[in-house]
Design a protein around this ligand. Structure first.
Ligand code: NAD
Ligand code: UPG
Length: 331
């Protein structure tokens, strides 16, 4: 009885592997390492380098490891890249998810968790955004994820498969024990980039847009700690194992911080005054994305442990320093 984690060498997937190993579960990771790191996978997990759309490989792994649940993180994640390369995004996110869901059905895997995103809402009219809000993605990335949600919905209606689609808001921070974190040097996420600036890995930080209809003119986002998110996935697996129904759940704390508030937090926690430049808006950024966060608590009994911006930033900074030490040791 093992859990298969696709994309388990990536940022969020590697934290899910930690949460599963900590819970005493058997884990097999499938990742093609296009964006992940072999060293980020906990040694207690089996690791297979391969494509999550490779049906033959999937059938073999499911049988070999006795996989009873699939947690699907693998995918392409950069919103502006999806605008430039929509077909690449539909291929890696939608077509390969179709193959993975098909492999689950054909090989008797009945529980499936899917990494969805707040990007399925597009420019939401409501804030906080409930799961029932209009689904109107404004990027191919968001559409590629929504199509996978629809495939899961329809497949679960036709076959004995139950699923939970988790719509993440902005994931940030790192494992408090410094076992993993956001490790991609080219990452574009605000807290990662600001942490890199604080430890001297970047010369400055750009604020993309100061004329949004928000209190200080910069975008509002709901930042969720990656370890709280991983724990929500473990609870979602428990929910399905206990016979719980399929569900679509926002993952956030229900509170928004502006870009300037985040930068202030990174400066305060690090004690470093890195240069900040005001820049034009970045294409495709909605003004505010804040989760309606009640449903996940009601359905999964999830209670966040790190709902504190300074703690999220402190963990992100600690991981950034670990990466710097790792680089120095390698030189
Ligand atoms: N980071 C966020 O804020 C955020 C927000 C919403 C949703 N998500 C979703 O969460 C998931 C994980 O995101 P992340 O931030 O950890 O990204 P990541 O890039 O760190 O991890 C993705 C992993 O998937 C692997 N991968 C990609 N395509 C693959 C394929 N075809 N076969 C096998 N492995 C493949 C990569 O090598 C990488 O290790 C993604 O599906 C993403 O869309 C992330
Ligand atoms: O150097 C930077 C980086 C970001 N931002 C701003 O910070 C905010 C947050 O940006 P970022 O951290 O890049 O996250 P988002 O663009 O909100 O997207 C993330 O969160 C979405 C869900 O809310 C997910 O779907 C995406 O996969 C994930 O990348 C936005 O207003 C950006 O314009 C800056 O001003 N400067």
């Amino acid at each position: 009885m093992a859990v298969m984690v696709t994309g388990g060498a990536g940022y969020i997937g590697s934290h899910m592997v930690l949460a599963l190993v900590d819970a005493g579960r058997d884990v097999v990771v499938l990742d093609d390492l296009r964006a992940g790191f072999r060293w980020a996978v906990h040694p207690a997990a089996a690791f297979v380098e391969g494509d999550c759309g490779d049906e033959k490989l999937l059938a073999r792994l499911i049988r070999q490891h006795g996989v009873t649940a699939i947690v699907h993180f693998a995918g392409s994640i950069v919103v502006p890249d999806s605008v430039v390369d929509p077909l690449g995004y539909y291929f890696n996110n939608t077509v390969k998810s179709r193959a993975l869901i098909g492999a689950a059905v054909e090989n008797g895997v009945r529980h499936f968790l899917f990494s969805s995103t707040a990007a399925v809402y597009g420019d939401a009219k409501e804030s906080p955004i409930p799961e029932t809000a209009r689904l109107a993605p404004v990027s191919p990335y968001g559409t590629s994820k929504l199509m996978t949600e629809f495939m899961l919905r329809d497949t679960a209606a036709a076959h004995p498969l139950r699923y939970v689609a988790l719509r993440y808001f902005n994931v940030a921070g790192a494992d408090p024990a410094r076992r993993s974190g956001q490790s991609s040097p080219r990452a574009t996420h605000l807290i990662k980039v600001a942490s890199q600036a604080a430890v001297g890995q970047r010369t400055h930080l750009d604020v993309f847009g100061t004329d949004y209809p928000t209190p200080d003119g910069t975008c509002l986002r709901d930042y969720i700690h990656v370890s709280d998110l991983a724990r929500a996935h473990v609870l979602a697996l428990d929910h399905l194992a206990a016979g719980g129904e399929s569900a679509v759940l926002n993952c956030g704390y229900g509170r928004g911080y502006s870009v300037l508030e985040v930068i202030e937090a990174v400066k305060r926690v690090s004690g470093v005054e890195f240069p900040v430049r005001l820049a034009p808006r970045r294409a495709g950024d909605p003004a505010a994305l804040v989760a309606g966060a009640d449903r996940i608590r009601a359905v999964l009994g999830w209670k966040p442990e790190h709902d504190d911006l300074d703690a999220i930033v402190a963990h992100a900074l600690a991981w950034e320093r670990s990466l710097a030490e790792r680089r120095e040791a390698a030189e």
